[in-house]
Design a protein around this ligand. Sequence first.
Ligand code: MOS
Length: 734
Amino acid sequence: MIGQALNRVDGQLKVSGRAPYAYEQWDGGQPLYGFIVGATIGKGRITRIDTEAAERAPGVRMVMTHHNAPAQGAPDLSVPAEYWRAYPALADPDVHHYGEPVALVVATTFEQARAAARLVEVAYAEEPGRFDFAAHEDEAYAPEAVNAGLPTDTAVGDFDAAFETAAVRIDQRYTTPYVFSQPMEPQACLAVPQGEHLTVYASCQIVDSAHSSLAATLQLDGERIHVVTPYIGGGFGSKLRVHQETTLAALAARTLGLPVKVAQTRQQIFELVGLRPTSDQRVRLGAGRDGRLVALAHEVTMFTSPRIEYAEQSAATTRPLYAAPNRLTRHRLVPLDLPRGEDVRAPGEAPGMLAVESAMDELAHVLGMDPVELRIRNEPEVDPERGVPFSDRRTVDCLREGARRFGWEQRPTTPGSRRDGRWLVGYGMSAAIRGHFQLPMRARVRLEADGTAVVQSDMTDIGTGTYTILSQVAADGLGLPVDRVRVDLGSSEFPTSSGSGGSWGAGGAGTAVHRACQALREMLLEAARGDTRSPLHGLNTAEAVFADGSVRVGSASEELRELVARHHPEGVEAEGETQSMADDPNYKEYSINTYGAHFAEVGVDADTAEIRLRRMLGVFTAGRVLNAKTARSQLIGGMIWGLSAALDEDAVVDTRSGAFVNRDLAHYLVPVHADVPDVDAVIIESFDDKANVLGAKGLGELGICGAGASVANAVFNATGIRVRDFPITLDKLL
Ligand code: MOS
């Protein structure tokens, strides 16, 4: 059952509109609608706020501002994970960034709330803000650690000396823009008060972070808050924590004693949700004429909010990527008065790989070497910075298999040399790598007396296929047909997980479910051995097989439902858990990553420089695959994000006001179907026994790592023009 390309078990509910998302939830009674009013300055304070006209507008029930917002908890800096901390709204008159909420208008209908929001009059004392990254880059400072607790800087050997004397040197700067997650379903919340209790239907990737953040913000006992999020329309990092819509819905609901819904508009997502920091990356590669790296440095300067520090781990994947005896990585932050930085689709790894894998292509070009061969030549024996072995590294397999399938030997070896009508044609490639994370997860599996099973965890399915893979893992673990397993997710009443993020969901939640099934199997076998009515009575059950709804030992077998009905007429349950990587010795003793290789072919119009992807292939390995279909879909999605990073996405800030000017999906470009003619992802199956008992690693974010560089390198191969300022728009080629 594990690995099969099973269709999504929730697919029919979703495509038929019967899967309720946060804003569509109905909890009895007509909810009120809140609309967020955002600041129209980038920094300063509110000097006067006049809500009278808004309050008199049709249908308006309340206008909440910093004058009448309830007291809230402040972020507790001793809580290690920022997303778990309080996130107060309308707490004071200060404005820290453009669009920050200054009021919430609550009305009977959404339209009434939105109309009245325009009547709120705000006067500000504006202060000069820092909005221009380039102008403040010299103010960069070193954070204590970068995202995921990884070290800010690393150094091995003597980089400067080795680089100075290297036969061939690349020293280039690559810049990447601000990027937003932009899931189809916006950040949304329905808060329903019941006396001192509150049910919160929120769109979130981690139920526990939403729950903790709300409890801390509302200063309410966590027992009184129930977070529910059964279906989520994408997250991409932007729902790892709940944002101001959830805080505001909860505050309004508790103040009015009535259900309140608040959703962000598409434009507000560009103001109220965290963004990927813009970055300026310097990559230096020193190599011998044989292509072997002797020195490798990746130094990243990026934006942070001064209030909530966030540092993407942009150079982190460079650390285990290639062998080089002398190396350094460095992260620096430039504080600007913009919305905070947050995790966005392979945080750090995606923009970091864009830079490093472009630089590797530059090195291959200078050396006149096949870029695939250059990478194979620099394949490390052990993790070059940590000195520990890799658990299941298959980069070379991915490179060779990809090159073969793609027809890499057909590539134009001289840039700008191939024409197809008006198109200049180029091939590009890149390696892919991403660290594998393991976080604590718990799940409960319950076997009913009718022989069906229920899996429960506060784990989420953000569109990735969690319902489906956990059904498969439980069906496999109990030997049940998959249609006899039900999976319940996304409720704070279920055992706590670390949710969906960082690609840790599948491996972590899968392991917890597997372990719960294992515990159940042991309970059932013990019962059968001691039961004179069981055909398995007195047998050695060490070799027992659970399959087709039965337990078999040799030729003896008993149906699971009979065994359960006899011993546990009320059903029987067990919990399983996955430990954090900090407590798992394997993660200290091994470098555990996922790997791949990307290949892209582009056409560039010889006259207009219009860039068109012609085809793209990724070959990946991430241990055991839990579902071939959902895995491939995720990888393809990731590859398209890479295409997007190379050619499209660019959130442009107005450096006078701190507002993002292209704040909708008409002007913030992402690839559409017509931009993605032919993309395929192939998985080399493996089993990483160091990662977890299932052998499975996360791959949600692997697909984007390096994907953009393969497209950028193809553009260079097509034109002979190297663009290092992403995205590569046609004006930069002309
Ligand atoms: Mo992902 S950006 O860690 O949700």
